[in-house]
Design a protein around this ligand. Structure first.
Ligand SMILES: [Zn+2]
Length: 219
């Protein structure tokens, strides 16, 4: 991921934070002297960021990064907390190994296999949300989700504890529930289990929650 200009922290904080409102509402409001227009702006936000300005920082013993600590902090701080609070899935991408590059070792699933699983999950969600204004889990407002589609009893315990300790915001809690529903739809569960919620939390924070990562496996 070494490169310049396309990583999210290369954009100004003002430009990045302007994404927050349309991310929440699905609309962008533009006010000018001639009037105010409200335009549809529903989008999937995908941000890429290097771990540091040079892009070579790694947690292992052979990090080639020479960025000063203050520069690393400044770079990472450009993605504000409120913006990151709206990011549901965080994935650390490691450099490609030589074995992966030359094609030895185990191969992942084919795109066709994954696409079939995603389609089945979306159909499950669409069937559940039939006769509502929403089609996908991400469309459902938080209070509607909590009221009408609660997870299994006690499944949110771990996430609620994180809310109480301040490591998860109220918005984050709603977002975890939505992702947990998608995890459940992928696994073919009737409602999110404790493991589904734990996986949603893991995907949000990047921190394992003591459950195996197995999206789609019928755990
Ligand atoms: Zn660096």
């Amino acid at each position: 991921m070494v490169g310049k200009d396309d990583e999210a922290p290369e954009f100004s904080g003002h430009a990045l934070d302007a994404l927050r409102q349309p991310l929440e509402s699905g609309h962008v409001v533009i006010a000018r002297a001639a009037g105010v227009v409200r335009l549809p702006a529903k989008f999937l936000m995908m941000l890429a960021a290097n771990p540091c300005p040079c892009g070579r920082r790694s947690s292992g013993p052979h990090s080639a990064c020479e960025c000063p600590a203050a520069a690393v902090r400044r770079y990472q701080a450009r993605l504000s907390g409120p913006l990151l609070d709206r990011v549901d899935l965080r994935v650390e991408v490691r450099p490609v190994t030589r074995a992966e590059l030359v094609g030895t070792g185990t191969r992942g699933e084919t795109s066709a296999t994954v696409a079939a699983r995603v389609l089945a999950a979306r159909e499950r969600a669409a069937a559940r949300l039939a006769h509502t204004p929403w089609r996908t889990n991400s469309d459902v407002p938080g209070h509607e989700m909590r009221t009408h589609w609660p997870p299994a009893t006690g499944a949110m315990h771990r996430a609620e504890a994180q809310l109480e300790s301040g490591t998860l915001t109220a918005r984050g809690l709603d977002r975890v529930l939505r992702v947990a529903w998608t995890v459940a739809d992928l696994a073919g569960h009737d409602r999110p289990t404790e493991q589904d919620v734990a996986l949603a939390l893991h995907l949000r924070t990047g921190i394992p929650q003591g459950v195996p990562m197995a999206i789609g496996a019928d755990a």
